[in-house]
Design a binder for this molecule. Structure first.
Ligand code: CTP
Length: 471
């Protein structure tokens, strides 16, 4: 077997490798090992070109050219202006080490303590610094940025930033993002102990906690200013990372005691004993939702059409073939608190189901007369008694995705619709990722491309939140 040492690499590659290794605090050999390991773990993308290709563009260009791949960019770190900002550089590194997609935004004051260049070098992407930056605003826009992530972390969260948040200000990039986001917000406050103890800060913190903001720290200890000690030190980067991970993972117990009904997969409508009408649904999304809900403590009944994915653990699975069997199984599974209709139910069945195999007559092809199947989602959502509190449907569309989903929401009387574009080029039908537009009675939310498992976790978190507010 041929051997290769770092010394044998060409100068340009060596230089890039040295920079990369320095950025990650690793030796060059360890950096090579990490790259190879990551490449070996991802066989589809691990072409020799992808491993060896140097990154050609400067930071700014890189930021714009990053594709929105599944599971990308889940955390947005806002660095506030305090001496603890230096710890945020380590926080960036720690979050990235765990494979979390990361955006970074810095306030003006933060840039007095650390430079966008250092934050950008560690994150491999230029940080967002300006509400009126035409480059970033045109490519992403602060509203889209605010809404495309799962969690916004503010570290350090200064007294000023906390006051702005508590009062809904939006006069700079950080406060505008914080006002626009629907994601989880995690604050890591850091300030002088007297500022932390001040009644104004206490009031602001109480307001933010009542608004559902999560908080980590501050810790007690020595302050950066000499001779000062008390409560006000920012939590350590690893503590913040653990808090972020807890927010990202679906919490066991989140749906404890909730009765949940999920439909999944296609239905098969027989034409004769050997042929049937079907569709391309794999059941991956519906099964992932059932599994995520069960992990969070819900009592889940999954009514599934014929699929090739395994039964999710801890879920009561009822297997059916046709739309009418699915409707009957769903009706028998009621009452439920929440019902999610992810199945791709066949809209039509043949008017007659031949008991014998239809033979070629050698003359004319047989004419199949179709009749419409019952709409399961619509029947359950229109129930006057026994209607689940939250009825959630999907909309599989190939054009005018959101518009059609809004019409379906109204027509079928459901509470939410998860709309997705199932045109063949999206690869959603049968694939592992999904791009969801959550349509509710009050508006539309555009989720970033995610794996179907991530969509399931996100949905479960939303359901838990909705149940909390209706209780
Ligand atoms: N659905 C259902 N029963 C049916 C058809 C659909 O329960 N007979 C549910 C699906 O599970 C999904 C939602 O209705 O939650 C929308 O399904 P979709 O296939 O997007 O729409 P259709 O109602 O079938 O309308 P169209 O095919 O005209 O878009």
């Amino acid at each position: 077997m041929a051997s290769l040492t770092v010394r044998q690499l060409d100068d340009k590659l060596k230089k890039l490798l040295r920079l990369r290794a320095a950025r990650h605090g690793r030796s060059m050999e360890d950096e090579v090992r990490t790259i190879l390991r990551a490449a070996a773990d991802e066989p589809d993308r691990a072409t020799p070109d992808a491993v060896a290709a140097p990154r050609p563009s400067p930071l700014a260009a890189r930021q714009e050219s990053q594709p929105h791949a599944a599971s990308e960019k889940k955390v947005l770190l806002i660095i506030g202006g305090g001496i603890a900002a230096y710890k945020s550089l380590d926080l960036i590194r720690r979050l990235r080490e765990r494979g979390l997609g990361l955006h970074v935004a810095m306030t003006d004051a933060a840039q007095e303590f650390i430079t966008p260049l250092s934050a950008g070098a560690i994150n491999d992407a230029r940080p967002y610094t300006d509400l009126f930056d035409p480059v970033h605003e045109l490519s992403v826009g602060h509203i889209r940025l605010a809404r495309s992530v799962h969690t916004v972390v503010v570290a350090p969260a200064t007294a000023d930033l906390i006051a702005k948040m508590a009062n809904g200000h939006a006069d700079d990039l950080a406060s505008a993002i914080l006002l626009a986001t629907t994601a989880n917000i995690l604050l890591a406050p850091a300030m002088n102990p007297h500022m932390w103890a001040n009644k104004a800060t206490r009031r602001n913190m109480a307001q933010l906690i009542a608004d559902g903001v999560h908080v980590i720290g501050p810790n007690a200890g020595e302050m950066a200013e000499s001779g000062e000690a008390g409560v006000g030190r920012m939590a350590e980067p690893l503590e913040i990372v653990a808090a972020v991970q807890a927010l990202l993972a679906p919490a066991p117990g989140l749906l404890a005691g909730v009765r949940m009904l999920v439909t999944s997969g296609p239905t098969h409508e027989p034409i004769d004993p050997v042929r049937y009408i079907a569709n391309r649904s794999s059941g991956k999304q519906g099964h992932a939702i059932a599994e995520a809900a069960a992990v969070c403590g819900a009592r889940v009944t999954l009514v599934s059409g014929p699929v090739n994915v395994p039964d999710p653990p801890g879920v009561h699975v009822i297997k059916v073939e046709t739309a009418r069997e699915m409707l009957s199984a769903v009706e028998q599974a009621l009452p439920a608190d929440v019902a999610v209709f992810a199945a791709a139910v066949a809209d039509w069945r043949t008017a007659t189901n031949s008991q014998e195999k239809i033979k070629k007559s050698g003359k004319q092809a047989p004419e199949l007369m179709l009749v419409e199947n019952p709409d399961i989602l619509s029947s359950i959502a229109h129930l006057t008694s026994n209607r689940p509190k939250l009825v959630i449907g999907f909309a599989a569309e190939t054009e005018h995705v959101v518009e059609h989903a809004e019409q379906k929401l109204a027509r079928k009387n459901c509470d939410w619709i998860l709309a997705n574009d199932v045109s063949p080029e999206t690869g959603i039908m049968g694939g592992d990722s999904n791009t969801i537009h959550l349509v509710t009675r009050t508006g539309v939310e555009h989720w970033p491309p995610q794996t179907k498992t991530e969509v399931a976790s996100e949905l479960v978190a939303r359901i838990a939140q909705a149940l909390r507010t209706t209780r």
